[in-house]
Structures are given as structure tokens and as C-alpha cells.
Design a protein around this ligand. Structure first.
Ligand SMILES: [Zn+2]
Length: 87
């Protein structure tokens, strides 16, 4: 898979950046751990350490509740609901 190749090097980006705490308001921090569809990337792909992965998971879930990042990103105009036309 192409995604797997992106994360060939396995090191914790948060450890490298010497991040002690990931705040939910710090959306820029999530970019290492979110896919392009705003899913949380698993640790086996990002190579984050356990400490930081748990931290970023909690922060992302809080950020979703605070509407800072979306829960899902839908493809626009791909599927129309066919049941709308049956009346
Ligand atoms: Zn780390």
C-alpha cells in the first residue's frame, strides 16, 4: 500500500520534537497522526511511541468534540440518496 511506504522510517515524531504534552487546541500537532480523511493513524504506521500515541489519541478525540477537526470527511457528490426520490 502506498500509505505504508510513507511511514518507512519508524521513529516517534513527537519525541523528536521533544513534545511533553499534546494539547487538543494544538491542531498542528495532529498532522503527524491524522490521515487525509482525518482518521487517527495507527501506531504501526506512524511509528509513534506508546506514550505519545495515547496522548495524541485523547487530544484528537477532544478536538473532535470541540469541532476543531471533523469526525469524517465525505467525498462530495459521490452518492445521492436514492430514497429521496421515492415518494
Ligand atoms: Zn514519543
Amino acid at each position: 500500500m502506498a500509505e505504508r511506504r510513507k511511514f518507512k522510517k519508524r521513529y516517534c515524531k513527537y519525541c523528536e520534537a521533544k513534545v511533553d504534552y499534546i494539547d487538543y487546541k494544538d491542531v498542528a500537532m495532529f498532522k503527524f497522526s491524522l490521515s487525509e480523511r482525518f482518521k487517527i493513524m495507527p501506531r504501526r504506521l506512524t511509528g509513534n511511541c506508546k506514550k505519545h500515541q495515547e496522548m495524541v489519541t485523547v487530544a484528537i478525540k477532544r478536538a473532535r468534540q470541540a469541532a476543531l477537526i471533523p469526525y469524517i470527511v465525505d467525498r462530495k457528490n459521490v452518492v445521492e440518496n436514492p430514497f429521496e426520490f421515492i415518494k
